[in-house]
Design a binder for this molecule. Structure first.
Ligand code: TXA
Ligand code: MG
Length: 364
């Protein structure tokens, strides 16, 4: 582990990444202090949140934030979410917070809702990628809250994966991608929600979901009455127009194998997948199937990975990214995935799947 003055992340690859297991329910104060110190010194600490693992740096230190982009290979024009441990902490980060922002924080913080507001003066341009807005979130995970609190500064954190890979839902996923490039990983066990936070833009004429996530549009409507969902969030971006969330223009979550989604009624989808699988196998290609415990039986159809129950999208969300990473450990060349309903957190699941498939979708 690095001690003393901050490293230069431009040149210092191959640093020892300290791995620490933290008590999930009652995180040990001295471990959080150790992480907090690294953050204050300009280093990088990966930590669990209720959605996915994040890669944190001091949000007020532009140079430390640059280290995040370096370690992930993230394009510099993709802004970061600033994580806080209390509502008061957003004071210096925003220019103003409308009443509706406060209502949303009352309802959903701490939790998987990121709110975009006009940026205040103290936030370095590295965090916002030069935009005049800033994304803010107060996570619900005790280790995340404890770490931010111990750091004593707001923490900028994207998902702790190499850019373009599925987001990490375990500490091992983080190590697989970033070992040797970051100072510390705090292991709090598997992330519960499994897909990232909902990104809601409050700087547009109407509140607009830029990225569906752990808080569903249905839940937002309980507070807002109605909510817009950016069309780019519904379907994989095929390059038309300029996305409002810069991150949405990049290919994401992609496993190494080609991914093809089949959407439609469950029975018709199962038939189509079996038909496609045998077609591809006849051509000598190795096929994987991403399916669910309550779906058709795909035994002997290909390498099957079951991802929760399609009738309970929360269970699918919790396992989706781990499943995409698992396919990378097989020799599968083509993954056929069953689509699920867009309802509830199913919207976030399908957003990630469609992006991972780069828009390769068959409707039956
Ligand atoms: O659940 C999460 O949100 C996780 C955990 C670690 O908190 N974080 C996460 O961060 O998913 P990241 O960087 O992987 O995704 C943040 C998304 C990107 O699509 C980015 O473009 C968008 O939020 N974003 C950040 N700031 C923005 C801004 N000012 N305006 C529009 N979009 C913004
Ligand atoms: Mg990400």
């Amino acid at each position: 582990m690095h001690e003393g003055s901050p490293k230069n992340y431009d040149t210092n690859k191959g640093i020892a990444t300290k791995y620490i297991k933290v008590n999930l329910v009652n995180p040990e104060a001295e471990l959080l202090e150790a992480g907090g110190l690294i953050l204050r010194q300009g280093g990088l600490v990966a930590f669990p949140t209720e959605t996915v693992y994040g890669l944190g740096a001091n949000a007020l230190d532009g140079r430390a934030v640059k280290g995040i982009f370096q370690a992930k290979g993230r394009p510099a024009d993709n802004p970061l979410i600033v994580h806080v441990a209390s509502r008061e902490a957003i004071g210096g980060l925003v220019k103003e917070a409308p009443g509706v922002a406060k209502e949303l924080m009352d309802a959903f913080w701490p939790g998987p809702l990121t709110i975009i507001l006009p940026v205040g003066k103290g936030v370095p341009a590295e965090v916002t990628a030069g935009l005049d807005t800033v994304a803010l979130r107060m996570p619900r995970h005790p280790v995340a809250l404890g770490l931010i609190h111990a750091a004593g500064v707001p923490v900028a954190a994207p998902s702790a994966n190499t850019s373009g890979r599925p987001s990490p839902t375990t500490a091992q996923h983080v190590l697989n991608d970033l070992e040797g490039q970051i100072d510390m990983v705090l292991d709090g066990g598997p992330a519960g929600v499994g897909v990232e936070s909902t990104v809601l833009d409050l700087t547009l004429p109407e509140p607009t979901v830029l990225r569906p996530g752990g808080i569903t549009p249905e839940e937002l409507c309980l507070v807002l009455g109605t909510v817009n969902v950016d069309p780019q969030a519904l379907y994989a971006n095929k390059g038309e127009g300029r996305p409002r969330s810069p991150g949405m223009k990049y290919t994401h979550y992609a496993p190494r194998a080609q991914l093809l989604i089949v959407e439609g009624r469950a029975e018709a989808v199962a038939l189509k997948i079996k038909e496609l699988a045998s077609e591809y196998r006849d051509r000598g290609r190795r096929v994987g199937i991403l399916s669910y415990e309550d779906s058709a039986d795909f035994t002997n159809t290909g390498e099957v990975i079951l991802v929760g129950r399609r009738s309970q999208p929360e269970t699918v969300a919790a396992k989706l990214f781990a499943a995409l990473r698992l396919f990378d450990e097989t020799d599968v060349e083509l993954i056929l995935a069953e689509g699920i309903d867009d309802r509830g957190v199913g919207l976030a699941v399908m957003n990630r799947l469609r992006k991972a498939a780069g828009g390769r979708i068959i409707h039956v």
